[in-house]
Design a protein. Structure first.
Length: 164
């Protein structure tokens, strides 16, 4: 049975995070593993306005995106991710879990099984970048101007989870 966790991450060290939109973790969101699970995540994200863009692991260095919100669907293996920057929030994920990371949310893989793989998707019309240093004024402006997701990437519910 799926469980949903959500929390806000404030600015941490050089990582801006997102003090308004919540990180959402969907535990045991889908069952299965491998190619079939990847395709099911991709179809689900696409149906909710988050076209899938790639399949791979998660970088082992801290980074965030200033031009897009991101959803990751774990379709193989398991990993420990660090969210929010240095000494951030550590979460364990496994095949069937998904994570929605609002723009600015720092993330990296601390440990990952050799077969760890995710589907990455972004709201329609948003293109991702990779930021590895503190945001300048232009990056902060991009993040503030980025529209909230119209739909939850997993449930399809209207709007985004805010801290309000």
């Amino acid at each position: 049975m799926m469980e949903i966790e959500s929390f806000l991450l404030g600015e941490n060290d050089w990582v801006p995070n997102n003090a308004r939109l919540q990180v959402v973790i969907y535990r045991a969101a889908l069952d299965g593993e491998g190619e079939d699970l990847a395709e099911r995540f991709e179809a689900l994200f696409e149906n909710h306005g988050w076209p899938p863009d790639w399949r791979d692991g998660v970088f082992d260095y801290h980074h965030y995106h200033s031009t897009a919100h991101e959803v990751l669907g774990v379709f193989a293996g398991k990993a420990t991710l660090e969210l929010g920057g240095p000494d951030g929030h550590k979460v364990s994920v496994a095949a069937g879990d998904a994570l929605m990371l609002p723009t600015g949310t720092g993330h990296r893989a601390i440990h990952a099984s050799l077969d760890f793989q995710v589907v990455g998707a972004y709201p329609r019309g948003q293109g991702w970048d990779i930021c590895r240093e503190a945001p300048d004024d232009a990056a902060r402006a991009r993040m503030e101007a980025l529209p909230d997701p119209k739909h939850d990437p997993f449930t399809g519910e209207t709007g985004a989870r805010t801290g309000a």
